[in-house]
Design a protein. Structure first.
Lengths: 595, 409
């Protein structure tokens, strides 16, 4: 195990993640000046002075240990340490001793997940803020077609043919639009006056505009006629893109368009040189004759091979299941980098103070992405990208002098503690309401008595009186399911800070459309098996091709809290391609059969 | 190149064949030098290697394809190495006949030059939203450079670097058994051992090669051969010899430095978890060779100073032209790695699985002793790429050499 711990640290952090994150420093330093370097004219910056001192005393692995990402991860790890119960710190110390690694590296290994997610959210947001933005969508003819396209009970009212300002939606943007419609996208690009883009010419580069429809990607100017672009007079920052497929849109169908565009920037770091591209925006609508309200048409899109589904989880109890045994299933996907899957471990913990439990994680971690206790509490979580995280909180407080510092209790530690000390979903949810979380997570809980709960978290950096936790029970069908976006906490953070217009996750995260699609497919699959959902059926659902990330799949589990059994697949990519092995927790640690 | 997968640590190696063993002047497996006779053999070998036999016996690239992933960005693409390896080696051998049926020898390989061209091709992977396209080949290497990883270029090295020196001995024990002589069969026992004078490959290079027996994949560090030659004196006037050789060759375990990643931080940072060094215990070789020597031209003979002006002695010298064909089958065992990381060991071992190779070689030997010139000239071609093997290199070797016999007392 010692070799695997060192291997995971080296191959995932030293050789992959840390060098990757180091390249983000320039972007970050353009806003948070304490991270600027001497080459950027800041020899006295906090980062540069720390780096100089580090290099002066460093004897080995200096590129790693004196790099920006190590500084960020270490400082966050040290700050998070104060929120980690001593028992888990003791475990980390034991791991460090056994693996012959410094404690600080094991602490980083156990906290980098939370730190990385928060940092990633910030860098994505900064990137998106400087890329072209979709500000509005119009459907020509929908305002005069005699139909209620937006489901508001009115027909052809002012503005019915448009969504402006644009709002990413989990469902169709409009319904029943004319087949001859032309879809008009309004794009806008700005310079923030800070950030690495300053000095470049603002504006959307027409030659980067592409629209994907029905499996075909149309590009401007090659497909002029299908795509037309038109600068707005007097507004060099904006561009109007009109899309009309040859022959129009098919009647009585659901159509999705995916829009891409870049700006005139030529970003050199990180290479290769590229324009700054906006997130792929997906707009779904139905054409006349389809017959459903827009809210009833999921913004699912189609499988086009350009993206992978994110993590998913679902739980069921009672009538939703086959034999009445509750279950909780999860497929976690985020980061494999051709190494993570080689280090998976199922840890059975028998704490001195608490309930024995099993968690499914990685060599060197004291926590896992899912777990089951001997008292019948099951837990699994997925991440949910949010700017409501402690690093953004630092920026809101200290502005340009902010540190990238994490705060709160790492989600994995929360999971361990719940499994060790709580027996029911009600108890667990009550505890979670009092926890200060580090990031956005969608946590599903199930217990042996058939209790199911969904908990959506954020760090509550703006001190929302409702707190950073949203708790929901099962829907009337008896199941709960989620992916990697919020369903309840949809206004996670919306504020204006200097030049930054901070918006909820759906406006900027690269997970959003993928997650909306996955959740829609998962809903349909669960409906197919409702009433006879058992472990085998759950595995079938997890193996649904459109729900499997074939690149960054990490592990899949089906937890059965009543029987204290787990079916788990890990150690290969995708995890679900392997055999689902059975682990009988009662046989390992004892305990009574479920209620 | 193999290291780029994160799965193998050793440099590219060659299957040169057993070129470096001190050999008797004649082509047979049981030939020895006459008592008191020296034989100096100097040859030049050129080996080239582009492919390897995979676990299913298919001919594939020398190095497995390398899938590259970006953290959270999916698959960047696949590197398809079309590595081309060339060795230029000069081999000096000196043999001496202690008795008519006992010869000893020393072989000193001197590598003149080794070159490895990675010749990396690229298959784009996932669509990258931040680029608006998948990574192209140049895109990828720019990305890698930003992570501190340079693009591997052609590697040239081992210029004038010695290989492992080989000491050998052959005893034709059948001379003591009358029945063998009557049957026209000669039998010998050959043993040899290698002295560790070769060098290991630079562990920090993505592509590199050493000059030890293991690096050359030519033969073991210790070997035992049991050889038989059947001549047809009465029937074919000694114009045909059939030979059989069975052998076992053992590789000594060696300790190697683990790459630290100083030159290739993304591809070769093994030391933090595999330890500063590791043990490598190569799989041993066991196999056999069969050989046919034919004499299409015996040639005239003239009494000279070599024959002591004795025409009968001159007539007994080797024929003017000998053609040899040899087939060798070698089974190769699993190579073992032992580092501080069992996972790393497993990954390395997966690329050095048991297998076998089928070698064919043809040799043309001109001997001018019958004409009064103390000189033999030969050329040979040996191929491992013609008959499929398994988990072995498919190398080809061209060799040309001269042999000068001498007797000083």
């Amino acid at each position: 195990m010692a070799g695997r711990i060192r291997s995971l640290y080296t191959t995932l952090l030293s050789s992959s993640l840390m060098p990757y994150l180091n390249r983000e420093r320039a972007d970050v330093a353009s806003v948070l000046t304490r991270y600027a370097s001497a080459e950027e004219g800041h020899p006295d910056s906090y980062f540069q002075q720390w780096r100089d001192a580090c290099l002066a005393s460093c004897t080995q692995s200096c590129a790693e240990k004196c790099g920006f990402s190590y500084l960020m991860m270490l400082e966050s790890a040290v700050n998070l340490r104060s929120s980690i119960p001593q028992a888990y710190l003791d475990e980390m110390q034991g791991i460090a001793d056994g693996a012959d690694l410094p404690f600080e590296k094991i602490l980083i290994l156990n906290t980098f997940y939370d730190t990385m997610l928060a940092f990633r959210a910030i860098t994505y947001y900064i990137r998106e803020s400087q890329a072209p933005m979709l500000t509005g969508v119009r459907f020509a003819g929908a305002g005069t077609d005699g139909r209620d396209n937006d489901g508001d009970g009115q027909t052809d009212e002012d503005g019915e043919d448009a969504v402006a300002p644009f709002e990413p939606m989990p469902h169709a943007t409009l319904a029943e639009v004319p087949t001859a419609t032309r879809v008009v996208f309004d794009l806008h690009d700005i310079k923030l006056s800070i950030g690495v883009d300053k000095g470049d010419s603002p504006g959307v580069d027409p030659d980067t505009v592409r629209v994907r429809h029905d499996g075909i990607q149309y590009a401007y100017p090659a497909d002029r006629g299908v795509i037309e672009v038109e600068p707005l007079e007097g507004d060099p920052l904006s561009l109007t893109v009109t899309f009309a497929p040859p022959g129009g849109f098919a009647p009585a169908t659901v159509t999705s368009l995916v829009l891409q565009a870049g700006d005139f920037n030529r970003i050199v770091n990180p290479p290769p040189v590229h324009a700054r591209f906006m997130r792929d925006e997906r707009v779904t609508f139905s054409t006349e004759g389809y017959g459903k309200r827009r809210e009833d048409i999921p913004n699912e899109g189609t499988s086009d091979g350009t993206s992978q589904p994110p993590s998913i989880a679902f739980a069921a109890a009672g009538a939703a299941t086959g034999g009445g045994e509750p279950l909780l299933a999860q497929h976690y996907a985020l980061l494999d980098s051709n190494t993570t899957h080689k280090h998976t471990v199922a840890f059975v913990h028998v704490p001195d103070d608490g309930t024995p439990h099993v968690v499914f994680g990685y060599a060197g971690l004291v926590w896992g992405f899912s777990g089951l206790s001997a008292n019948g509490l099951a837990l699994a979580f997925t991440h949910s990208d949010t700017l409501d995280n402690p690093m953004v909180g630092c920026f809101m407080r200290d502005l340009f002098d902010a540190r990238l510092l994490m705060d709160g209790v790492p989600i994995g530690i929360v999971g361990r503690d719940l499994l060790a000390h709580q027996d029911t979903v009600t108890q667990a949810a009550d505890v979670m309401r009092r926890v200060r979380f580090t990031f956005g997570y969608n946590v599903l809980l199930a217990d042996a008595g058939g209790g199911l709960v969904s908990v959506e978290t954020d760090a509550n950096v703006h001190d929302d009186p409702a707190g950073g936790v949203r708790v929901r029970g099962p829907d009337p069908t008896g199941d709960l399911h989620g992916a990697s976006h919020y369903v309840d906490n949809i206004e996670d953070l919306r504020t204006k800070l200097l030049v930054f217009d901070i918006k909820p996750q759906r406006f900027w995260t690269s997970f959003y459309y993928r997650s909306v699609r996955a959740l829609s497919i998962l809903s349909r699959r669960l409906a197919d098996v409702r009433g006879h959902l058992d472990a085998e059926a759950a595995i079938d659902v997890l193996r649904t091709p459109d729900l499997v990330d074939t690149r960054d799949s990490m592990m899949a589990t089906v937890l059965m809290p009543a029987s204290r059994k787990v079916r788990y697949a890990m150690g290969q990519v995708p995890a679900t391609s392997g055999e689902f092995l059975e682990l009988d927790l009662r046989a390992l640690v004892g305990g009574e059969a479920g209620e | 190149m193999r290291r780029a997968t994160g799965a193998a640590a050793l440099p590219l190696t060659l299957a040169l064949g057993a070129l470096l063993v001190p050999r008797p002047a004649s082509a047979g497996f049981a030939e020895t030098l006459p008592e008191g006779t020296f034989l100096l053999d100097v040859s030049y070998a050129y080996s080239w290697l582009r492919n390897a036999w995979d676990d299913h016996g298919g001919l594939g690239p020398l190095v497995a394809a390398i899938d590259r992933y970006e953290p959270g960005g999916g698959k960047q693409g696949t590197l398809i190495p079309g590595a081309f390896v060339q060795y230029h080696i000069t081999i000096f051998q000196l043999q001496y006949g202690i008795l008519d049926n006992l010869s000893v020898g020393i072989g000193i390989p001197l590598v003149a030059r080794t070159s490895i061209s990675p010749d990396l091709k690229w298959i784009p992977g996932d669509y990258q939203p931040q680029l608006g396209r998948p990574y192209g080949e140049d895109d990828f290497w720019q990305w890698a450079a930003s992570m501190g990883q340079p693009r591997p270029g052609e590697w040239v090295g081992n210029e004038g670097v010695p290989g492992d020196v080989v000491l050998g001995l052959r005893l034709r024990w059948s001379d003591w058994i009358e029945a063998f002589r009557e049957a026209g069969v000669a039998a010998s026992l050959s043993v040899y051992g290698a002295l560790p004078t070769g060098v290991h490959a630079d562990p920090e290079e993505v592509v590199s090669a050493g000059t030890t027996m293991w690096d050359l994949q030519a033969q073991g560090d210790l070997g035992v051969h049991l050889g038989f030659d059947k001549t047809f004196h009465e029937e074919l006037d000694d114009r045909l010899t059939l030979g059989l050789d069975v052998f076992y060759e053992w590789f000594a375990p060696h300790r190697y430095d683990t790459p630290t990643g100083t030159k290739n931080p993304l591809l070769l940072s093994y030391q933090p978890y595999a330890g500063t060094s590791y043990m490598l215990d190569p799989g041993d070789l066991v196999g056999f060779s069969v050989q046919v020597d034919g004499v299409p031209v015996r040639g005239p003979s003239e009494a000279s100073f070599i024959s002591g002006w004795n025409p009968l002695v001159a007539e007994s010298f080797p024929p003017l032209l000998t053609l040899s064909l040899r087939y060798t089958f070698s089974w190769i065992g699993q190579t073992r790695f032992d580092s501080m990381s069992d996972l790393w060991d497993f990954q390395q071992e997966d690329h050095w699985r048991p297998g076998y190779r089928n070698a064919l070689s043809a040799t043309v030997l001109f001997s001018f002793l019958r004409l009064g010139a103390p000189l033999q000239v030969y050329a040979s071609y040996r191929t491992l790429s013609l008959i499929p093997g398994r988990n072995t290199r498919a190398a080809d070797v061209l060799t040309a050499g001269i042999r000068i016999p001498a007797k000083f007392w």
